[in-house]
Design a protein around this ligand. Sequence first.
Ligand code: PLP
Length: 419
Amino acid sequence: MDKRTFLKTAGMAGLGGMLSFDGLSELVKSVSAVSSSDLAGDENFWATVRKGYKLKPDYINLENGYYNFLPEQVLEKFIGHVREINLQGSYYMRTVQFDNKKAMAAKLATIAGCQPDELIITRNTTESLDMIIGGLDWKSGDEAIMAEQDYGAMLEMFKQVSKRYGIINKVVSVPNHPQTDEEIVNLYASAITDKTKLLMVCHMINITGQILPIRKICDMAHAMGVQVMVDGAHSFAHFKFAIPDLNCDYFGSSLHKWLSVPLGAGILYVKKDKIGSIWPLIAAYERKPDDILRLNHIGTHPVHTDLTISDSIDFYNIIGVERKEARLRFLQNYWSSKVRDLPNVILNTPADPARSCGIANVGIKGMKPSDLGDILYKKYKIYTAPIDGAGVHGCRITPNVYTTTGELDVLVTALTEIK
Ligand SMILES: Cc1ncc(COP(=O)(O)O)c(C=O)c1O
């Protein structure tokens, strides 16, 4: 970074409190000439963004993977929506509720890069993906493919569908350190038979942060006549991609994760030609077979959460997906590169930037992940998510853009000291 930019961001870091949406826009505009990769490590710039996050002083939060809580700018908008809905009551619900929800879905479709008639707002990834698993027209003997590293709720849904319809679930195991994309593609391909109907795959495996070569998996599966459902709980609004470029049939995500929407909203993308073949989770009023709103009836729900989607997208767009992705990858690499080669440390996430972004998982040889999590929390005041299963034994480390390199230095010291 040149000296002038450094001085500018250094000056901003010295400014008072949280910036408004407009103030943040101005800040980002002032560094528009700086590349995302240069800005990724500019602690002054990110210190200004950090001022929007109210953080507990008790611990360093390196568990932003479950819930990427709201910056104050968005929280204030959310509170405003709660007040407005409470003022309008039934009038709101009977007048503009559904138009507004449609507008939110359209705005989401813009950042997802898909058509608005291929995306709905659900309550979370679980609802989105379980609707597809439960809603396909299964016949006894049909086969589905998944991985033991997939999320438990979906694996349980496949088990239920197996008991109910007599389908066969084939579970593969994704290596933590694949050498090539083909290794992963072949792993899934080897499980396909002429009975295979659906392949579920994580875009980013939640326990390790590994990014899988989704486009190649979808192309392979389609060539063999198999539909693909992508679990995008951790990819959407974390790094840059457009859902249609993945060439999947179904994609689900939770908006309270990387988009920092209040709890209670997710997305489901269904490729236009597949909409008509899915049985909805909850029956909707009569609609055309290819109308995605057939899959969107959930009854009365927190509409103020829906409204805040627009504000969360505004915040996300101000930061910019390239800047966010670069910052998250920088933070992960900052700590993991310092400990990867330590003799007592096991990194469960690939170093290749194409195979990871903000999340990584680290273990200590011979130590239970829960014990590591305890020591990190009690001795070093670092909050993480211990994982012990599916070939992954370590703590998941998930910074957010506001995380500082100083905080990550504490993690590096801890991992260097813990034996
Ligand atoms: C990969 C993955 N899929 C699905 C889910 C379920 O998300 P939700 O509980 O928001 O439905 C999670 C949650 O962490 C996840 O990490």
